[in-house]
Write a protein that binds this ligand. Structure first.
Ligand SMILES: Cc1cc2nc3c(=O)[nH]c(=O)nc-3n(C[C@H](O)[C@H](O)[C@H](O)COP(=O)(O)OP(=O)(O)OC[C@H]3O[C@@H](n4cnc5c(N)ncnc54)[C@H](O)[C@@H]3O)c2cc1C
Length: 408
């Protein structure tokens, strides 16, 4: 029976990166086993079909701040293969990349298919075997020769000297890791939007506000985020919310996604905002409240919604505003509260927080400390990042490190 040098379970970003790197470093008999018919499916749908490949943040010690889980372990990995290396890696293989104003990196074509095709074609050209519709159910280690038996049906198995599991957030991969002695940190969703039952807020659906300050207090911890916010027909979304959901993911899961969200709608502090309100009353006293907003970045719809929430008549002029009402406005702009009732309705979370426990894996090689010749890469590990290309960067880095180590 044929023995493979390397079997990779899972045909996603990190599985392809590790296989290609191993092949480029003279590992010859490699097989990628993918359970579905679709290779690199998450790469294809990523970044709204554009694939946010990585992030142009070049200092590893700053890069790691974008990982709520895995931060400390990643510094070592990123010092070997970081965003700049990924940029070069794809450019060398003919995929032209661009850096957008917010540092996110995409293919110049704005098509994720460039990345998918690059990985697929490179793997094929290197002679890597790629087998779809091969669901790995079970793995056994043969005590005699140390080979792994990788079962793709009840009695059918393949033999390999080295094994890499890159099954993303799928539970079947977690079960395989457990069967080989690994501890799984409970998987919970990360990067999701928030549902809010405030019926009146629906009038603001589609409203986007730049650079708001968000805060959640839970379990004696404060989670803060700053960024753009989008009001949807079910609640709140946008980069600022996704970022907050990521940092608070495990605590929010514990509270079953029922919590209070505080929004500060402006970067002004109390005294700056009070001065601004006074000035508006003095200079524009005859303007109606609804026609003149103290914070221009709030749209008229949102401003009117906030006035209604405070039960302040929005047809009043600025000079007719009572002092008590003025204080209420200041308060809501600095500390507006919403009761969140759950995650967004479409299971729209992007990554899994949790997975293979990090202290059981060598982050120089991605090899298991528990089971020799077993490697893990990508989302199956208890590593997850915020949006901006950080999740793929972890896939590329862990895949590259594993490929190199397997070859050595
Ligand atoms: C909608 C969406 C958009 C995203 N956009 C971005 C983005 O723009 N930038 C970014 O950095 N991140 C993004 N992410 C996150 C990113 O896609 C993931 O972090 C990344 O794809 C994880 O790669 P992976 O190789 O670890 O696993 P996956 O890509 O999940 O691949 C795992 C593969 O293993 C297969 N598999 C599972 N179990 C078995 C088994 N038992 N046997 C055989 N095969 C198995 C699965 O079918 C799958 O193909 C996005 C995620 C989503 C959902």
């Amino acid at each position: 029976m044929d023995v493979f040098d390397l079997i990779v379970v899972g045909g996603g970003a990190s599985g392809f990166m590790s296989s290609i790197t191993a092949a480029e470093n003279d590992v010859s008999k490699i097989n990628i086993l993918e359970s579905t018919t679709k290779l690199l499916e998450k790469v294809r749908i990523s970044g709204g079909g554009r694939c946010n490949v990585t992030n142009a943040s070049w200092v590893p010690s700053e890069f790691i701040d974008n990982y709520p889980r895995g931060r400390k372990k990643l510094i070592e990995s990123f010092s070997r293969f970081a965003a700049g290396d990924v940029f070069e890696w794809f450019q060398e293989k003919g995929v032209k990349l661009k850096i957008e104003d917010d540092h996110r990196i995409f293919p110049i074509s704005d098509s994720s298919l460039d990345i998918v095709n690059c990985l697929k074609n490179t793997a094929q050209n290197m002679g890597i075997e790629i087998s779809t519709k091969k669901f790995v159910k079970r793995i056994e280690r043969d005590g005699k020769d140390g080979l792994f038996k990788v079962f793709i049906s009840k009695n059918e198995f393949l033999l390999t000297k080295k094994l890499l599991i890159s099954t993303g957030g799928h539970s079947s991969g977690h079960r395989l890791a457990e069967s080989l002695g690994h501890r799984i940190i409970k998987p919970v969703p990360s990067l999701f939007s928030f549902s809010c039952r405030d019926e009146k807020l629906k009038e603001c659906r589609g409203v986007a506000v730049k650079n708001v300050y968000l805060e959640i207090s839970l379990n004696n911890k404060n989670f803060k985020s700053q960024g753009d916010l989008l009001i949807t027909h079910w609640g709140f979304s946008g980069p600022g919310i996704l970022r907050l959901s990521s940092f608070a993911a495990r605590d929010l899961y514990e509270k079953q996604y029922k919590f209070k969200l505080c929004i500060k709608w402006t970067n002004l502090d109390l005294s700056e905002l009070s001065n601004k309100m006074n000035m508006l009353r003095e200079v524009n006293g005859t303007s109606n409240l609804c026609n003149l907003r103290p914070i221009p970045s709030l749209t008229k719809r949102l401003w009117v919604y906030l006035l209604n929430k405070l039960e302040i008549d929005n047809t009043k002029t600025w000079s007719e505003l009572f002092s008590k009402e003025r204080h209420k406005i200041i308060n809501i702009l600095l500390n507006d509260e919403y009761q969140i009732s759950g995650k967004g309705p479409f299971s729209d979370e992007f990554v899994t927080s949790g997975g293979v426990s990090l202290d059981e894996v060598n982050f120089k090689t991605m090899e298991s400390f528990i089971c020799k010749d077993l490697y893990f890469t990508g989302e199956i590990l208890d590593v997850d990042g915020i949006t901006g290309g950080f999740n793929f960067q972890h896939c590329w880095t862990s895949g590259w490190l594993a490929g190199k180590a397997i070859a050595n």
